[in-house]
Design a protein around this ligand. Sequence first.
Ligand SMILES: [Zn+2]
Length: 535
Amino acid sequence: MALATAGEFLSFARQYDWGEQLLRRAIAMQPNWPKPRSELALLLMQAGRDDQAYGELQKAAELDPFHKQVQNQLELADEMKGFKTFKTENFSIIYPPGPDEALALDMTVMLDPIYNFVTSSFSHQPKHVTQIQIMPNERWFGVRITGIPEIWTIAACTGDVIAMTPPKVGARQRGAYDWARVIQHEFTHTVTLDRTQNRLAHWFTEACAVAMEPGGRDFNTCQLLADALANDGLFNLKTINWAFVRPEKPTDRPLAYAQANWMYDYIQVTFSHDAILSILDNFAKTNDSAKVIQTVTGQDEATFMDGFEKWAHQQVKSWGLGPHDGDEALKPIFEAFAKGIQPPDQILEKLTTDHPDHPDVLRLVAQKAIAEGDAGTARAAVLKYARARPVDPWSNKQLVILAQQLEKHDELIGALTALDENEQSTGQWAFELAKLYGKDKRWPEALANSLRAIQREPYNADYRENAATMALMNKDMGKAMHQVRALTLLEPDRSIHWARLAVIARRMGDEATSQQAAQKAVALDPQSPAKKLLQ
Ligand SMILES: [Zn+2]
């Protein structure tokens, strides 16, 4: 019993080799006991050794045909036998055949730059090739990651394997998301866990992973941090680890991610990036966070946290959040507004006179100006609020509308770019930018933004068509062919995609692909213009 439980625990702690040894010993001692076999099979799956896992799963299923988890895993392993693989320099990408191949295709060009960025940031290259496994939907993703303690709902890292549910809309799907950002987060776990031989406090591996996410923290996160700081709600170096594993409030886990990353920023600006690397190396020796911090910064926990909070107050101030003069006086008024009562003009005027720089007052003034309809006045009021609280995306959303009305082209591009920067769930801002740049015939920018839209919504055929056109305008045949190939995967029954592929492949000198695609195009539509390409 003890050996099997220890093996299971080590699988949780990602000590796979050691866990495997213990479980194999348990099996040798009691070969007919299903538990260690099923645990071994699950551990091998998590470690990415699916071939070995399959054999163990079958043995475990023979011993215990009613073990639900084993049955599920076996069913998934069967399903995954039909999956296909792309290989890049540093990754293998495993995906179900069909539309998901379009996403896998994008990964073949985008993953190695992510590898270079993350491995150089942490001065470490993992020993093994990292596997990216695209699961068909959230159900299979759920089965795939059963038993993994850290579930990030759309993707999870178990060391050398990163499993993800596709950024897709539909039944049993989680909807669109920035998959490259998520992989950059998960791959950071692969790197930091490998560098520390999986001995790393939970908060610090998350701190590093969030730090690698492009785009920065969003408004909700800023508000969460500001509230916690103002209300003495930040975690200490012990409680922060528990907040990931056993959150007590719904905000505990998001706050733990955000605070861990905030402390990372503080360490980086106050002590240096080398201090970050040194913390990683010290966690390989002890899991006591306070000791590690003391060794690297020379400060005990109290001193460290005190310095962090002082810095944090400055940050919150620069975001335009946290306490402001006039908060107490404004409270009852804002409570009334929250119930839908609009401020009468005299009250708003008095608020403006008494608290001219209060961000909440500035936003009320801006809202009123927008409602009154003079675009110029509204723009000035929105810009004033934006300066007082730069992290609120509301300003840029208003500026997108106002800049269009006032025909302020550069301001429109600026506002859309700012909105797009940390947008995670829609390609709409990037797509609008691509269209604007396209109108200006600025093809490199148009193409770059087309691709950013696809990064959030890789299954969106309209975005792909736009990107293919922008690539052609930019005379980038390779990128155009990539997008048209993706379209043939997303919409295999549309003759036009095959016809375009046939034309582009011929221009690229790839006659075999051109012929195949032309045949498909003509098979789907005998009148296809690809007919004249057929030899
Ligand atoms: Zn994570």
